[in-house]
Design a protein around this ligand. Structure first.
Ligand SMILES: [Zn+2]
Length: 125
C-alpha cells in the first residue's frame, strides 16, 4: 500500500491532517498502548476536537467485538466439535487479546471519520 494515502494513515495510526505524526505515544504491543498524543507530533493539530469526543469510538469498538465474536463462533463451529465452554472461553480470551487493537483502531477510525480534520498535503512536508 502506498504511504500517504488515507487508508495507510488509518492502518499506521497517523494524523488525519498531515498523515505523518503519530496518534498514539507507544506501540500497540506496549502495556501503555492506550496513551494518545494530545496533539500531532508533526503538525501540532489537536487530537481532541471536543471534550468527550472519543465516547463515540465505543460504538466502533463494540462493532469490532461483535465481528470478532461472530468470526470466532463460526470458526469454532465450522472447524471443531468443541463443547460450549470452549466457545465461551475462546471468545472471552480473544476479546481480551484484541483489546489494544479494538481500542486503538476504533479511536483512529473515529478521529479520521468524525474528527472534522481535513488532509492538508502542505502540512506533511
Ligand atoms: Zn499531523
Amino acid at each position: 500500500m502506498p504511504s500517504g494515502t488515507r487508508s495507510s494513515a488509518i492502518l499506521q495510526g497517523k494524523c488525519p491532517h498531515c498523515r505523518q505524526g503519530e496518534i498514539f505515544k507507544y506501540s500497540v504491543w506496549s502495556f501503555r498502548f492506550a496513551e494518545m498524543n494530545p496533539s500531532c507530533t508533526h503538525c501540532g493539530i489537536s487530537f481532541t476536537p471536543e471534550p468527550g469526543f472519543y465516547i463515540g469510538a465505543m460504538y466502533i469498538s463494540y462493532a469490532f467485538n461483535i465481528v470478532l465474536l461472530i468470526a470466532f463462533g463460526v470458526g469454532l463451529y465450522t472447524f471443531t466439535t468443541a463443547p460450549d465452554w470452549v466457545y465461551v472461553t475462546s471468545i472471552i480470551t480473544a476479546s481480551f487479546v484484541f483489546i489494544p487493537f479494538s481500542f486503538r483502531y476504533s479511536r483512529i477510525l473515529f478521529l479520521h471519520a468524525f474528527g472534522g480534520i481535513e488532509y492538508d498535503p502542505k502540512s506533511s512536508s
